[in-house]
Design a protein around this ligand. Structure first.
Ligand SMILES: CC(C)(COP(=O)(O)OP(=O)(O)OC[C@H]1O[C@@H](n2cnc3c(N)ncnc32)[C@H](O)[C@@H]1OP(=O)(O)O)[C@@H](O)C(=O)NCCC(=O)NCCS
Length: 137
């Protein structure tokens, strides 16, 4: 397994991977244009774990100049509990560290206990005093 940034050529396989591996409850849907635009805007943000040509993990480490946001944390169901998620998180945190980021955050569903295990193991904790406020554009 190795890590590398996603390229535009990865987009179709990545969208298929997310259908299998990612959490999709109550989200704005992913599409090729949006993922391609992310890669164009920040070519190092979308981290992939790959085995040969196969995508087995993903994590978006988005830095907007102010905050460090983590999105699309996913590992293929057949490859979980092998440390791939941990390696992705460590790479994302190194990227944030290199930018001078001071705190990373992630949006995690309250009932996604599988994710809670992994985030907790990575040192993340819920901040119950905050709620996410959104508006569709
Ligand atoms: C969350 C996810 C990415 C973790 O990936 P992973 O590669 O399995 O994670 P790791 O193997 O690196 O696990 C790291 C640590 O997290 C904890 N952990 C992960 N999954 C766990 C589980 N099912 N039960 C208990 N602890 C777990 C363990 O402490 C583990 O270390 P250990 O295996 O040495 O005990 C994966 O479960 C996944 O894709 N889930 C579905 C998508 C999702 O919900 N993503 C999060 C959105 S917020």
């Amino acid at each position: 397994m190795r890590l590398r940034p996603a390229t535009p050529d990865d987009v179709p396989a990545l969208l298929a991977f997310w259908k299998t591996a990612a959490e999709d409850t109550n989200r704005v849907g992913d599409d090729a244009a949006a993922v391609t635009a992310l890669i164009a805007r920040d070519p190092e943000a979308l981290l992939l774990a790959v085995e040969g040509d196969e995508i087995v993990g993903s994590l978006i480490a988005g830095f907007d100049g102010w905050r460090c946001h983590l999105y699309r944390f996913a590992v293929h169901p057949d490859r979980r509990r092998r440390g791939i998620g941990k390696v992705l998180l460590e790479a994302a945190e190194q990227r944030f560290h290199d930018f001078g980021g001071r705190r990373a955050d992630a949006m995690v569903l309250d009932d996604n206990t599988l994710a809670h295990h992994a985030w907790t193991a990575g040192g993340y904790a819920a901040q119950p005093q905050w709620r996410r406020w959104v508006k569709d554009l």
